[in-house]
Design a protein around this ligand. Structure first.
Ligand code: ATP
Ligand code: MG
Length: 875
């Protein structure tokens, strides 16, 4: 292993390894599971649970995945053990009634030792105490010494899907960081020495209500290998956090805190690790559509974000920082999970909102908590009522209060807290309200008193407007000062609010000495809520402001939106008239179009579609919108877009001669404004649904610039013109192959040169001399020459040589002198017999014969057998 595996390579290597062994590679399922009994996806097998339970047939007999997982039960271990995360990736191979135990073990071993290159003597395995079959397989098939196979009890090594149902023993593989500690006391619980990295579950029984186990007719395999743990092992770093999968996030947080990870104390390191772990988790959670709230998954998300912020404060960060750190996490994940980049803005806005909200409450809450702890005194207990006030009013998760209290040596009356919580639940049921901090509540309340927002943005980029409602974290305010995140409702606005896939506008609100930057606009019933931050001055309810959108951003969104319509028309025209939209996203930097189609598009079709859209752009078609009664729009053949609700009057976008669709979005007025269109990718997202990602307008130029820079870099490095790069790589690959061949030959010759020295090893048996030896890397032809020469140099000699000329090949040769043959021994018979031991065969003349096999690990055994036969035949 010259350069260590990167995280990306470890993931891809695993998937490729199993794909080459008949497994279908499937994409990671969402962190939001289909299974309603669990909050978050906790293991690679979860998406397959219905198959294992027999509720759904398997589409493929074998599958392999890299699954995003979140385990909240490991949250306390994060940063403290070297190996636990909330978010991690589990690599898995699965058999649905297909291959079973011995094959699963053989592949896990081959992958670990041959592909990842872990030294076999560094591996220890565990099996379930009653699973003699697994024990025997590891010992006899794989060759692990018995004392490095540990039997473990039901708690650790027996997997159950529930109180009844499929279940079975597991076998775990561990890596030994300190083999020098010796094999006398192997304690797998000692995590300074061992790390579990791969768990194989052999689902072989069904458990009935009485607890009886009956063998399953179709046995299954479910496995999990921790990506971050394998990275820790292969990258030779002291913990998962310092692998290339996470460390850049830690460095980003450390840079913001002005710290150098290498020199900080242990507590600070833990804080940085928690931040690194949690930021990765929240980025993926938000990308999978989870929204921070006070219940369920939303609460897990909020709790993680709040922990990040609190640990940030612990290491001296006192300003907004989570969106910046999230950037590092997005950059790390985007190649394997492109959604995180697509959702970048949503992620950052969500984090910013949470952070701004939490910092405020944290400040006040921390003051309150300081007062409380002072009153309680050392060793005391914080009352349930106080903990609840901190939770309810100041947004402190109970766990956070517990953590802060524990740092001061205090405990919390959690029972009292639960009682308060229960009363609160009852109160809110009575009042028909929920603990909801979003703007919705306030606006519903105000709905009867204020005008609904009038949208002017189809025709105007700017307007005067009155601030009708001003909110901070959804609570109405009379005035808000600079530096604060706000939500603003105006009487009229040019800002488009996110809908129909198109994201909200950006821009500014400005007035006498006040400037508010707007970063997102959302519709809440009839109101447009502008999310932003007061940059300068003070904003008051009732202020008169100028609302102005960022036209450059708007134009980019428009280009992408109209291009989406052209794309749909081109697909219908060139691929299949039945294609219909399943979803879409239109942003400033790209568009995403999901559509119903039972098969992937060919590269040819994609090119035609792209060309068609560009032709329509070049032809400069007029694009006009009009408001029509819905019946009239339908009569004209307008197509309805997915996910939109329509009133009696609808807005129709008519791209002259190309398409007519119902759409509330904003568009270019002539297709020529789009400039250019480029398809970036096409892939399946769900059964029968394909996704095209494309770019339009200036985004195409940016994309091409990046590509161009890559090509220029390659051309510099290879010192050839761009059009010659491909040939150059072919040449280099050929050269590399030739060099490797030459190296092999040289190795073989070197081994041959040493063959003469072997004479000294010849053993006397009566008046005969026998010589048995292994010469690695020698090709069969040279091996034969060597055997003949050696035999001629020995008086009355018998020579048997073995070699491993290349992986998975064994070569054997025997050369006997006439005196040996007179004793009734034959070279042909002997090599034929011992070759069988290596999984092969062969034979030849009595004096000289050759044979081949496959299993190199059995070569020593075969040679020992040859020795035995010669000794008994010649004495
Ligand atoms: P441990 O005992 O170390 O917590 P586990 O027995 O809970 O591990 P499994 O449920 O068998 O682990 O999960 C399969 C694999 O997933 C493990 O071998 C490990 O590589 C990885 N894994 C499990 N939990 C975590 C976690 N919290 N963080 C990172 N990787 C994990
Ligand atoms: Mg665990």
């Amino acid at each position: 292993m010259a350069t260590p595996f990167s995280g990306t390579q470890i993931r891809q290597t695993f998937l490729n390894f199993y794909a080459a062994r008949g497994h279908q590679i499937l994409p990671s399922a969402s962190l939001v599971p289909e299974d309603p009994t669990v909050l978050l996806t906790i293991a690679g097998m979860l998406p397959f649970k219905p198959i294992f339970l027999g509720q759904r047939p398997a589409e493929f007999p074998r599958a392999t995945t890299s699954q995003k997982c979140i385990r909240t039960n490991d949250i306390e271990n994060v940063g403290r053990t070297a190996r636990h995360h909330t978010f991690f990736e589990m690599l898995g191979n699965f058999s649905f009634g297909d291959y079973f135990k011995s094959q699963a073990i053989a592949w896990a071993w081959e992958l670990s030792t041959k592909v990842y290159g872990l030294p076999p003597e560094r591996l220890v395995v565990s099996v379930f105490e009653d699973d003699d079959e697994a024990f025997a397989l590891w010992r006899d098939e794989i060759g692990i010494p018995a004392h490095r196979i540990q039997r473990m009890g039901e708690k650790d090594n027996f997997w159950v899907s529930g109180p009844t149902g499929p279940c079975g023993p597991c076998s775990e593989m561990y890596y030994d960081f300190h083999p020098e500690k010796g094999d006398e006391h192997i304690d797998l619980e000692d995590d300074t020495r061992f790390i579990e990295f791969y768990n194989l579950v052999f689902m072989q029984y069904n458990r009935d209500t009485a607890g009886n186990l009956t063998p399953l007719a179709n046995k299954n395999i479910d496995t999990g290998l921790g990506l971050e743990r394998m990275a820790q092992i292969l990258q030779k770093v002291p913990n998962n956090y310092e692998t290339d999968l996470i460390f850049p996030i830690i460095q980003s947080a450390a840079a913001i805190a002005n710290l150098d990870y290498a020199t900080v104390d242990e507590t600070t390191k833990i804080a940085l690790k928690v931040i690194g772990d949690h930021v990765r988790a929240v980025v993926h959670m938000i990308a999978d559509g989870i929204v921070a709230s006070n219940e369920g998954r939303g609460y897990v998300l909020r709790r993680l974000i709040r922990r990040v912020i609190r640990y940030g404060r612990l290491i001296g960060i006192d300003r907004e920082f989570t969106p910046k750190v999230a950037e590092a996490a997005i950059a790390l994940s985007e190649s394997a999970y492109p959604d995180v980049r697509i959702m970048e803005r949503t992620i950052k806005v969500a984090l910013q909102r949470e952070e701004i909200g939490f910092l405020k409450t944290l400040d006040r809450g921390e003051k309150l908590l300081a007062d409380i702890t002072e009153q309680v005194g050392a060793g005391g207990q914080i009352s349930g009522t106080d903990a609840f006030t901190l939770y309810d009013t100041y947004g402190f998760p109970l766990e956070l209060t517990e953590e802060i209290a524990a740092e001061k040596g205090l405990t919390i009356d959690t029972v009292g807290f639960e009682t308060e919580m229960e009363q609160q639940r009852r109160r809110s049921q009575l009042a028909h309200t929920t603990i909801d901090l979003t703007a919705q509540g306030t606006l519903d309340h105000l709905a009867n008193h204020i005008e609904q927002t009038e949208f002017l943005g189809y025709t105007q980029p700017a307007t005067n407007a009155i601030v009708q409602v001003l909110m901070v974290n959804g609570k109405p305010k009379q005035l808000v000062e600079a530096g604060t995140a706000v939500q603003v409702v105006l009487d009229q606005t040019p800002f488009y609010a996110e809908s129909g896939g198109q994201i909200g506008d950006r821009g500014y609100l400005s007035g006498d000495d006040v400037l508010v930057r707007i970063e997102d606009v959302q519709k809440e019933s009839a109101f447009f809520v502008h999310y932003g931050r007061v940059e300068r001055g003070t904003l008051h309810t009732g202020d008169s402001v100028t609302a102005q959108i960022d036209l450059a951003c708007r134009r980019r969104a428009q280009a992408h939106h109209t291009a989406t319509h052209l794309l749909q028309s081109a697909l219908k025209k060139l691929v299949d008239d039945n294609i219909s939209q399943a979803g879409s996203l239109v942003s400033f930097d790209r568009l995403r179009f999901d559509f119903h189609c039972p098969r992937p598009l060919t590269p040819d079709e994609l090119q035609q579609v792209e060309d068609q859209v560009n032709t329509w752009i070049a032809e400069a078609h007029k694009a006009q919108t009009s408001i029509l009664p819905i019946a009239e729009a339908k009569a004209k053949g307008a197509i309805a877009m997915f996910g939109e609700k329509y009133g009696s009057e609808v807005r129709v976008l008519d791209v002259a001669g190309v398409s007519m669709e119902l759409c509330g979005g904003t568009h270019v007025s002539n297709t020529a404004e789009i400039g250019l269109f480029k398809i970036v990718s096409e892939a399946g997202v769900a059964a029968g649904i394909r996704r095209i990602e494309a770019i339009a307008g200036p985004a195409v130029l940016e994309y091409l610039n990046v590509r161009d820079a890559i090509v220029r870099d390659l051309s510099d490095r290879f010192k050839v013109k761009p059009e010659e790069i491909s040939d150059r790589i072919t040449t280099l690959q050929t050269e590399l192959k030739t060099t490797q061949k030459q190296l092999e030959t040289a190795k073989g010759q070197l081994a041959l040169a040493k063959a003469d020295n072997l004479l000294a090893q010849a053993e006397a048996v009566g008046e005969f001399h026998i010589l048995i030896a292994q010469l690695d890397g020698v090709d069969p032809e040279s091996l034969k020459t060597a055997a003949e020469q050696l035999q001629q140099k020995l008086a009355n000699g018998a020579v048997v040589l073995g070699s491993v000329p290349e992986a998975d090949k064994v070569s054997l040769v025997a050369a006997f002198s006439p005196a040996v043959i007179q004793k009734g021994l034959q070279a042909g018979k002997l090599v034929g017999a011992i070759a069988k031991l290596t999984g092969g065969g062969g034979g030849g003349r009595p004096n000289l014969a050759q044979a081949g096999g496959r299993d190199a690990s059995k070569l020593p055994e075969a040679l020992a057998e040859a020795k035995k036969q010669l000794q008994s035949g010649l004495s």
